[in-house]
Ligand binder design. Structure first.
Ligand code: PGA
Length: 258
């Protein structure tokens, strides 16, 4: 059984950065930057999503040094096992101690032309291997606020899940235009988007998923993004710097322990 995530999840999406040596160095620095036990107990769960090749290193380091971080994978195969060259199965990730899996990040949607059926398969495989899928949705253009794009991205995956599977999915709202652009969505826009998502999920499936925000989150804007009722943050670029990532974590922990 997978335990429920802490009230706030701070997830680091490293994308195709950080080989296993850099991962080791990052984790060493992180444990020095955050030595106090209380900061780890303030209701914020830290999860790192390194490339596949760094997962084992992260698993061994965090177990050996009792660093209370969770691990996530950036993708998973929709297939169980067999002749799928280059793919990594959910059970392989589970054995590496992964607790989370990113599904449908805008970069994989674009680069791998993921179909709806594949996204559904990835979510289902993750759940059947006791991992928590983090389904990413986001509008491509900043333009007019029209939440149809994001509600249908979530809806078209949720509609093929069993009710008990739906309850396990975390949704990450990641406007594509905000990713890696230094243009974070405004707090008001995030609130409106997440409200629309929650409303649609409630109406269609009778549930209110946990929602994260991602898109140019950093130490300079994290304060303005707290207090929006979000379930956490997915951080890309700013998570590659251990000092900046530790600062974001500390700010959230301070907020959580108030
Ligand atoms: P960013 O990436 O923080 O660099 O914008 C976020 C993401 O892609 O998950």
């Amino acid at each position: 059984m997978t335990s429920s995530p802490a009230p706030c999840l701070l997830a680091a999406n490293w994308k195709m950065n950080m080989d296993h040596l850099k991962t080791l160095d990052f984790l060493r620095q992180l444990s020095l930057l955050l030595p106090e036990e209380r900061v780890w107990k303030a209701g914020v769960e830290m999860a790192i999503f390194p490339p596949f090749t760094s997962l084992r290193t992260a698993q061994v380091f965090s177990n050996s040094y009792r660093l209370p971080i969770s691990l996530g994978a950036q993708d998973v195969s929709p297939h169980e096992c067999g002749a799928f060259t280059g793919e990594v199965s959910a059970s392989m990730l589970e054995k590496l101690g992964c607790r989370y899996v990113l599904v449908g990040h805008s970069e994989s949607r674009k680069n791998h032309h993921e179909t709806r059926e594949e996204l559904v398969g990835k979510v289902k495989r993750s759940i059947s291997s006791s991992m928590i899928p983090v389904l990413c949705v986001g509008e491509k253009e900043k333009g007019e606020e029209d939440w149809e794009e994001i509600t249908s991205q979530a809806g078209e995956v949720f509609c093929d899940l069993e009710p008990e599977e739906r309850e396990k999915v975390i949704v990450s709202y990641e406007p594509v235009w905000a990713i890696g652009s230094s243009m974070t969505a405004s707090p008001d826009r995030i609130s409106r988007a997440t409200l629309a998502l929650k409303g649609k999920m409630q109406e269609k499936f009778g549930l209110c998923p946990r929602i994260l925000y991602g898109g140019s989150v950093n130490e300079g804007n994290i304060d303005s993004l707290m207090g929006l009722g979000l379930g956490g943050f997915l951080v890309g670029h700013a998570s590659l710097n251990p000092a900046e990532f530790a600062t974001i974590f500390q700010r959230l922990a301070e907020e959580g322990s108030r």
